[in-house]
Structures are given as C-alpha cells and as structure tokens.
Design a protein around this ligand. Sequence first.
Ligand SMILES: Cc1cc2nc3c(=O)[nH]c(=O)nc-3n(C[C@H](O)[C@H](O)[C@H](O)COP(=O)(O)OP(=O)(O)OC[C@H]3O[C@@H](n4cnc5c(N)ncnc54)[C@H](O)[C@@H]3O)c2cc1C
Length: 468
Amino acid sequence: MIDAGEELYSSLRRKFKGDLLRPGVSEYEEARGVWNGMFDRKPTLIARCADVSDVQGAVRAAADIGILTAIRCGGHSLAGFSTCDGGLVLDLSKMRQVTVDPETRRARFAGGCLLGSIDTATQKAGLVFPSGVVSHTGASGLILGGGTGWLTRRFGLSCDNVLGFSLITADGSLVHASATENPELYWALRGGGGNFGVVTEFEVKLHPLRSVVLAQGLCPEAGIRRLLEFWRSFMADAPLDLKWNIDLRLGQHAENVPVELRGRPVAGNSLVWTGDPGAGQPYLDCALAMCHKESVSSRMMPFLELQTMADMDFPHGRRYYTKSGYFKSLDDATIDRLLEAVATIPSSDTQIEFAYLGGAAGEPGADETAFGDRSAPFIMNLLANWSDPGADAGNIAWVRTLFRELRPAMKPGVYVNFMSGDEQDRVPEAYQTRWERMVAVKSHYDPGNFFRLNQNVLPRARVTDAAL
Ligand SMILES: Cc1cc2nc3c(=O)[nH]c(=O)nc-3n(C[C@H](O)[C@H](O)[C@H](O)COP(=O)(O)OP(=O)(O)OC[C@H]3O[C@@H](n4cnc5c(N)ncnc54)[C@H](O)[C@@H]3O)c2cc1C
C-alpha cells in the first residue's frame, strides 16, 4: 500500500516548479530545521514552493490526501507550528519578492519574506513598514498574529498597516481580502494567525523614516523597583515617538557591561525615539537617569541598523519556551514578584521582556481587527532561552511557575505570537469578544480545519464534535 507521503510526492512532482525534499536528499536535513531547537521534527515531504501555483497545487493535493500540513514562512513560531512529524511542510522561503512604490508609499511582498528583505527594499526609498525587532523573523507569521516592534506606538501594529491580502484557501482557491473585498476575512487576517489559508502576498502602507535615536542603559538590581515604578507612570503620558522596552535579566559577561553588573540581576533599557532628535533627548536622559553611568549610550542610527542589532541575541537552534500576558497596570505586588524571579533566572540568556504599547496601536477600536487586546498597555513575555537539552525541565518550570503566580494580576488575553505550543486552551482567551466572529470566518473558509498548525480556531462542526 502506498503511504500518504509517497502519494503526495507522486501527485506533485510533474508540475511542481520549486523543490520537493524528502528524507535522504541532501538539502532535507537543513531544510527541516526551524528556529526553536525544541522542535526536531521530520516531515515526510518539504515542498519549497516557487510561486503561487505551486502553493495552490500543494494545498489541493495535501487536502485531498488529508495529510497534516505545516505552513512555513520564517520558521520562527515559538510554538513550533511550522514543522511536523510525518506530514507536509509547505515552505515559502523561495517566495521573497518585494515591490515598493515610493509615490503611493505602498509595497507588495510575497508570503515567504523575512523582515530583513522588506526593510532592505523599503529603506531604498526612505520608507518603513512597521514590523518586529529581529530581521530573520518571518513577516507572514508576525503580521498575521499582529506584529509589534520599535514603531508600534508611532505607526500601529504590522497588521494595522496591511491594505490587502492574497491567499490560497483550503480548497486551493486564490482569494483577495481587503476593506472592500471579503471584508470579514480581511478583519480576521489582521490578528487571526494562519487559520484561514496560505497568504501569498501582502499589500501594505509605508511611512517615511530613515534613522532613529537609540538610547540604552542597565539599571542595577537595587534600582529596578524604582525604575519600574517610574516607567509605569512615565509611559502613560509619553509621546508617540518614544518606545521604551525593559528586559529583566542577568547582566551579561560582556565587555560593554560594567564588571559589577555581570551575572547580577539588571533591568536592560532600550529606548527608540523616532522624532526630532533634539526634542527626544530630554525624555531619553530622564528615562536613563537610574542606570549605571558606564552602561548608558545614546546615538542616532540608520533604521536598518536598528532592525538588525538584536539578530545575534536570538540565534537559530537554541531552545526556547515562552508564556505571555497583558497587564492593565503594573502593581507593586507584581513588581515584588518580578524582582524575586529575576534573581532565580535559570539561564543567562533568559529574560522577562516588557513593552509598553498604547499610542497608535491603541487607536483602532477593539472590534476593528481580530487582534487581541489593545487596551492593556503593558505586554510581558517570559522568554526562556538555553542550549542544553538537560536543562529543559528547569527552564520550562521556571516560566510556568512565574506565569502561574503573576496570572491573577494580569488582564485576560494573550498575544498569539508569544504563545507556546502547549497553550491551545488559551486561544479563545486571545480573541475574547471576537471569538464567535473568528469561528464564523474559520468555518466559512476552512470548514475541515486543514490549517490547524497554528493558534487554532476550530471551525463550527469541529467545535460540536469536540463537545460530544
Ligand atoms: C527571534 C524572534 C523575534 C521575534 N520578534 C518579534 C517582534 O519583534 N514582534 C512580534 O510581534 N513578534 C515577534 N516574534 C514572534 C513572531 O511574531 C512569531 O514567532 C511569528 O509566528 C514568526 O513568524 P514566521 O513567519 O517566522 O513563523 P513560521 O514559524 O514560519 O509560522 C508561524 C505561524 O504562521 C503561519 N504562517 C506562516 N506563514 C504563513 C503564510 N504565508 N500564510 C498563512 N500562515 C502562515 C504558520 O502556519 C504558523 O502557524 C519574534 C519571534 C522570534 C523567534
């Protein structure tokens, strides 16, 4: 009897223009790797599509055969959703075309782009698309889940800047979604993740920006409480041009870290000012006043440098585990618990990341897009990062325990792109009042739940089945 992988390969190989990689061929081993080293999975076939018709052919064949299918853009899913054991990986990494129109300040880019390909193309025209902070992250996964980064307060989430999507749905159709074409799908794609089809092209708005001021500094353990108290009130009235992220972590053993801070709990501050540099300096000075003097730096930098400066901090193949949530306010008891937690961090690269959203990201109404909560400005990500598989249990337990303890103070809700693979029960929490609308769109476009390796929204029939 012919197995499903063999059947899929046979049905694709005559017309497929890209690469069909099976175990045993030379490129397979490298091609099956994803960013999070926790997911060492072996698909039966990797279909590296060359164009939209390859995507259509692969979706149709896989749906007919009923084989488990993972869609991959940048492969950075923290939850490992862009690979699988024994199924198909539909890999978009050959589809990285970007076209920029400086006149209309718009761009079109293909579904396999990394953030770096978009930044490089748009900066040639002095324009930006607001996205994430690491250039090797895939654009599709990031945008479909929402997309936060240095420019979020100024220009909104990535998904807020998408004017149109082209996607291949589960029956192999090419569908367009925009404010005027399939508006319900357009609504759902802005925050609803990979639930509805394979996006092959995005049309987006761009904004003029060439450089920013980046200011950084490390606050020693004794000052962290005062810093967080200051940050929570300061950001409430801060200008849109200011983004201030704080990472609680252990000071790195690096040349640019003062000796007395190495290996000790610190709050790493990164501030980006997108407006007139002179106008921003007083804010930056004030924000960094509590940092160790030798750790403070401030300089203008080209936008492309900003977008790549963290690339080495999150390398491919290490082991990562995450849990995330929102806070409406950062109360004193939460700060106490965070201070205890940072002193017990199990790995030197693990961090508690805090960003303050608000600004343009808070402007659209709660039901304007599928994206999760816009009303809680504090977003926290507990990101464990280590390399030894023997340390898995300790790192995962540290994240889970801290999350459990902080949870009562959190506002219900979660940003889907910062969820781990064991949190499918939190998916309805991510959408809250938008859940039924998500289910309706999913039931219409993917009634058989073909696209299920994601923060999955079960279509109606399946919800009923599951309830029986
Ligand atoms: C190093 C790093 C830095 C990050 N920084 C940020 C950040 O600054 N801001 C932020 O908001 N998030 C950030 N994230 C989280 C990031 O948004 C998610 O991990 C996102 O899923 C990555 O997208 P990807 O295309 O690389 O992922 P993939 O693993 O390729 O895919 C992720 C999900 O999207 C689906 N998918 C992928 N491509 C398509 C497509 N074309 N059509 C339909 N579905 C598709 C997949 O099926 C899967 O469910 C970061 C993650 C990492 C690992």
